[in-house]
Design a protein around this ligand. Structure first.
Ligand code: GDP
Ligand code: GDP
Length: 451
């Protein structure tokens, strides 16, 4: 999905390019050369929280006087606005309200795009609010005092802005494949029944060639979920299980077909070695995961029970510590519906794509907090840049001078930074450390996919 666009609109000299620079940080400009549009517009990558977007500056025009520039601004701004998810209208708090602002505002009020009114040059602590308040008149809602140069107010502006931007991974219209795995008797088929009972099961098509592999498709709101290999889950349990046999091959196949795996744990028994083995497969296969602790009704609880359980289970399943955990009862139905919310989030993160600009911002920050290790010979590891090469699961290549200079410790630190700053809850995250040789070849092939 293309990134949402934010158009910056306003008279010349109000500080538009200063603001764009601040929103986009030090990221390079990307110039789109589009046929049919006379003037190139410059798009810059920016992000705030979990939203990535492009900022397009409508400035860059030279005008002689106020009477001449409006038609031009309008033309440029219109093109930018037509494709924008939101606009920031910038005015000059020190210059005060001008007729030019009024004309732009009048036009903006008729546009179907949400507009935020940023009153720039309001860095003065005593006058800023007063300077801003003169712009209430424009009828565009609350004037937000900011300073492009000092940065004050821009955080609030961004908070209000991102509300209007779609999450990059929103609008999942594809179905989500769910594998329910776990040892015998943890409650997989009870869980399946609970899902089907509460939702509309639309079909039970046979996928694949064997009669054996039957999926159940359920629909909730607009989202369809394919519960994979429900025949395997329902299978009669008059089979004698050897100590090692718990249908791992079948589980393995289901995991490979899934987007999200529900790893069902029996609250009474806790995490066993077999659960750990399944968790290992989920991580290896790069599937998203939700840890479902079932039979929660059968546990005697006090106020700390859930935290103790959570800690214990996280410890024993530390290699999928990114997975969300939920305590449910398939029997009573408690919180079963909530599982699908977690599935939704995990899928979004699993399919997520993050722009190169954002990744490099994280790298820059990580390196400036803790520099890469230096060898005894005094050679230091250096990360040149990173880029996401695929999703499902998100996979980021880091181009470095020499991968061997990065200890496991440092690699884990960088991964933690990525998770802390970008989330990726519910999905494995792959960081690939590549040395110089590979770098030349890959850098070439990545160029085309930059935007
Ligand atoms: P644009 O033509 O709208 O892109 O405006 P610029 O970003 O080029 O800024 C025009 C002038 O306003 C420059 O001299 C900036 O230094 C100044 N300027 C921009 N932001 C601020 C601000 O927050 N406070 C003050 N005092 N001046 C600013
Ligand atoms: P499967 O082998 O993993 O498919 O497990 P089943 O769904 O067949 O459940 C195994 C046993 O656990 C059955 O006797 C269920 O009644 C029981 N069970 C399943 N879910 C729950 C639950 O949430 N609470 C309690 N107390 N028992 C459950």
């Amino acid at each position: 999905m293309p990134l949402p666009i934010v158009a910056i609109i306003g008279r010349p000299n109000v500080g538009k390019s200063t603001i764009v620079n601040r929103l986009a940080g030090g990221q390079d400009a990307i110039v789109h050369d589009e046929p049919g549009i006379t003037r190139d517009r410059t798009y810059r990558n920016a992000f705030w929280g979990d939203r990535d977007f492009l900022v397009v500056d409508t400035g860059g025009l030279v005008f002689d006087d106020e009477t001449e520039f409006l038609p031009l601004i309008r033309q440029q701004a219109m093109t930018a606005l037509a494709e924008a998810s939101a606009a920031i209208f910038v005015v000059d708090g020190q210059a005060g309200l001008t007729s030019g602002d009024e004309e732009i505002a009048q036009w903006l009020r008729q546009q179907p795009v949400p507009v935020l009114l940023a009153v720039n040059k309001c860095e003065s602590p005593d006058q800023g609010l007063v300077q801003a308040s003169q712009f209430w008149e424009l009828g565009l809602g609350e004037p937000l005092p900011i300073s492009g140069i000092h940065g004050s107010g821009t955080g609030d502006l961004l908070d209000l802005l991102v509300v209007h931007l779609p999450k990059v991974t929103e609008l999942i219209d594809e179905e989500i494949g769910i594998a329910i795995v776990g040892r015998p008797n943890v409650g997989k088929s009870s869980l399946l029944n609970a899902f089907v009972g509460e939702n509309r099961a639309i079909v039970s098509p046979i996928s694949g060639t064997t009669r054996d592999a039957i999926d159940t498709v359920i629909k909730r709101d607009e989202q369809t979920y394919r519960l994979i290999d429900t025949a395997g889950i329902r299978k009669k349990k008059n089979v004698e299980y050897g100590p090692e046999f718990f249908g791992i091959n079948r589980a393995f196949k289901a995991i490979r077909r899934a987007d999200v795996v529900l790893l069902v744990i029996d609250a009474v028994d806790g995490v066993t070695e077999q659960d750990q083995k399944l968790a290992g497969i989920i991580e290896q296969e790069g599937r998203a995961c939700v840890i479902v602790v079932n039979k929660w009704d059968a546990i005697e609880k006090d106020s700390n029970t859930i935290y103790d359980y959570e800690k214990q289970i996280k410890d024993r399943l530390h290699f999928i510590d990114w997975a969300a955990m939920i305590f449910v009862s398939a029997q009573t139905g408690q919180r079963v519906e909530k599982i699908l919310d977690l599935v939704q989030t995990a899928t979004e993160q699993h399919r997520r794509r993050v722009s190169t600009a954002v990744i490099n911002q994280v790298i820059e920050e990580s390196v400036s907090w803790t520099s890469p290790p230096t060898t005894r010979q005094g050679r230091q590891g250096k990360i040149y840049y990173g880029t996401q090469v695929k999703s499902e699961p998100p996979t980021i290549v880091l181009f470095v001078n020499a991968p061997e200079r990065f200890s496991d410790n440092y690699r884990r630190y960088v991964e933690r930074q990525f998770r802390q700053q970008l989330g990726f809850a519910g999905t494995p995250l792959r960081l690939l450390w590549r040395g110089k040789k590979v770098r030349a070849a890959e850098a070439g092939s990545n160029k085309a996919t930059r935007v």
